[in-house]
Design a protein around this ligand. Structure first.
Ligand code: NAD
Length: 275
């Protein structure tokens, strides 16, 4: 199975489908990430605050997969924002991941009350220049946060990783991203199981028509919207199911009917309030 790759605005390539490890138990992470690598995933999305970078690192080391075939993302947590603390946090993440570099390093949340995200952004640029990460980006940045880093640094993020699923599509954020060539990474692509997305008739009818699961239909919608996605599951069967998205296509009408589900339904934290 060949996973499509997108080219980021800095010229690096990213597999459009990956595996996310938010809330994967650190004690189970090595086994679960090993399952994902065996299924064929080559893109893993973790974060320092998930507490499971070491498990990701052990799975990578045990896999024997050449480093250049992998795409590894991790994130700078709020309490580590600031120049020196960001550099120290990156060093610790690389140590836990047993890597010399990551492919993508993100500011996890703008954390506006700290007012350190511009300074932290400049630190990420230094890390990229030093070869510690290939690409840099942000996460949970709303329009004012993006506008501020664009205005106050010469550096455009490669990605913005935001909550995005059919009930909550953040059109203003993705439009500003598109204007600047910032790729959209959709976190919580299945709505984190917090609303009955996979039982909506608009989804299940399309699933029946394609002989696919409801989760595959939603993930395929993301792929056709151009989002980068990394659904999470602890179950090997679902990990495999979520990887199997490339032997069918939604019609324009099917795609539009899922897009029409938008209702401002945020399920995670509000980036203005998460500090
Ligand atoms: P998700 O939408 O991927 O939902 C995961 C849940 O969906 C699983 O726990 C499981 O219960 C269910 N699920 C998965 N596959 C399924 C299937 N085939 N059928 C039925 N149910 C299925 O939510 P997520 O894990 O929060 O988001 C994905 C990734 O995004 C995370 O693992 C993490 O890497 C990233 N993320 C980033 C942020 C951020 O602030 N940057 C926040 C949350 C998540």
């Amino acid at each position: 199975m060949t996973i499509p790759a997108l080219t980021l605005n800095d010229g690096h390539s990213i597999p459009q489908l990956g595996f996310g490890v938010f809330k994967v138990d650190p004690a189970e992470t090595e086994r679960i990430v090993s399952d994902a690598l065996e299924v064929g995933y080559r893109h893993i999305d973790t974060a320092a605050i998930y507490g499971n970078e070491s498990g990701v690192g052990r799975a990578i080391a045990a896999s024997g997969i050449p480093r250049e075939e992998l795409f590894i993302t991790t994130k700078l947590y709020n309490e580590d924002q600031g120049t020196d603390s960001a550099h120290a946090a990156m060093a610790k993440s690389l140590e836990r991941l047993e890597l010399d570099y990551v492919d993508l390093y993100l500011i996890h949340w703008p954390s506006p009350a700290r007012n350190l995200y511009v300074e932290s952004w400049k630190a990420l640029d230094e890390m990229r220049a030093a070869g510690l990460t290939r690409s840099i980006g942000v996460s949970n940045f709303l329009v004012p946060h993006l506008e501020r880093i664009l205005a106050e640094s010469g550096t455009v993020p490669a990605v913005n990783q935001i909550e995005l699923h059919p009930y909550f599509q953040q059109p203003a954020v993705t439009a500003l991203g598109a204007e600047h060539g910032i790729a959209t990474e959709a976190w919580g692509p299945l709505g984190q199981g917090k609303y009955p997305l996979l039982e909506l008739p608009e989804i299940t009818e399309i699933a029946t028509a394609h002989e696919k699961s409801a989760a595959q239909i939603v993930l395929r919608w993301h792929i056709q919207q151009g989002h980068i996605v990394f659904p999470k599951s602890n179950s090997r069967a679902r990990i495999a199911e979520n990887f199997d998205l490339f032997d069918f296509e939604l019609t324009g009408d099917e795609q539009a009917s899922i897009t029409a589900l938008e209702r401002g339904g945020r399920v995670g934290g509000d980036p203005n309030e998460v500090n």
